[in-house]
Design a protein around this ligand. Sequence first.
Ligand SMILES: NC(=O)C1=CN([C@@H]2O[C@H](COP(=O)(O)OP(=O)(O)OC[C@H]3O[C@@H](n4cnc5c(N)ncnc54)[C@H](OP(=O)(O)O)[C@@H]3O)[C@@H](O)[C@H]2O)C=CC1
Ligand SMILES: O=C(O)C1=N[C@H](C(=O)O)C[C@H](O)C1
Length: 268
Amino acid sequence: MTDKPIRVAVAGAKGRMGREVVKLLVQESDFAFVVGIDARLDGVDVGTTIGLGELGVPFVRDLERALDVYKPDVLVDFTTPAAVRRHVEVALDRGVRPVVGTTGLSEAEVEELARRAQMRGVGGVIAPNFAIGAVLMMKFAQMAAKYLPHVEIIELHHDQKLDAPSGTALKTAEGIQRVRAEFRQGHPDETELLEGARGAYVGGFRIHSVRLPGLVAHQEVLFGGEGQLLTIRHDALSRSCFMPGVALAIRRVMTLDRLVYGLEHLLD
Ligand SMILES: NC(=O)C1=CN([C@@H]2O[C@H](COP(=O)(O)OP(=O)(O)OC[C@H]3O[C@@H](n4cnc5c(N)ncnc54)[C@H](OP(=O)(O)O)[C@@H]3O)[C@@H](O)[C@H]2O)C=CC1
Ligand SMILES: O=C(O)C1=N[C@H](C(=O)O)C[C@H](O)C1
């Protein structure tokens, strides 16, 4: 007996990440791409819109209708910080498992969504970064912070990004805060001559956000100690680097009975 393919809906299918996800879904035989969600392209074929040729898979304007009519097992979401929370709620309430790459959810919102998933008995994955290299960068940064607690994060992204700091930078900071006793770095009398010069303050250290055309997604975590510096850096040079993580999440979410935050929870 062959297993049935996993039915997948994609919110944000015509965006930079959504397009890559659609390519992934049509390449892998254990996935069936059933519907795209887009407010402005109701009824239009997703494939022709994103240059993949006719796929026979429509865009549907309304998320509720898309889930009710096409009955996906999984909703992949790469949309915007403004849309993502409601999308996850709608999916969970219908028993559809969310796999979310969209950033901008606060820790409190993630906790609230995890409670909702538990109440409904539905699995889900929220991962601010699906690239294995970025997951390792966050892990290495957490290891280093225990021994080198003076740290600054610099994240660099393309200039169309809506949220700052990035979800990856915030998750890196959360991990560091778990192992670093809180203290305020730098000189106590330090003054910003230009507002924002020292970046965003989180638990005693700083996150700096750079936005430029030409960049994709990059992050450095810098540690300083007496007579030494350690830099941990990850560069996403192409959005294809996120796809193995997305594929893993779609497959693994089918067996989860809770919502997990971070790809690391799906790795050995
Ligand atoms: N977790 C990870 O590994 C990664 C996460 N990201 C995150 O993914 C998100 C998307 O990034 P990216 O693809 O670059 O962004 P894009 O702006 O290229 O794509 C977002 C898409 O979502 C659509 N959209 C907006 N609102 C809705 C809605 N309510 N319903 C359905 N579709 C909607 C947009 O349509 P329109 O333009 O018409 O509004 C657009 O097509 C960001 O939050 C980003 O930080 C990005 C890369 C990796
Ligand atoms: O918007 C992006 O591009 C990215 N967003 C995610 C984030 O905010 O961390 C992941 C990656 O950095 C690319």
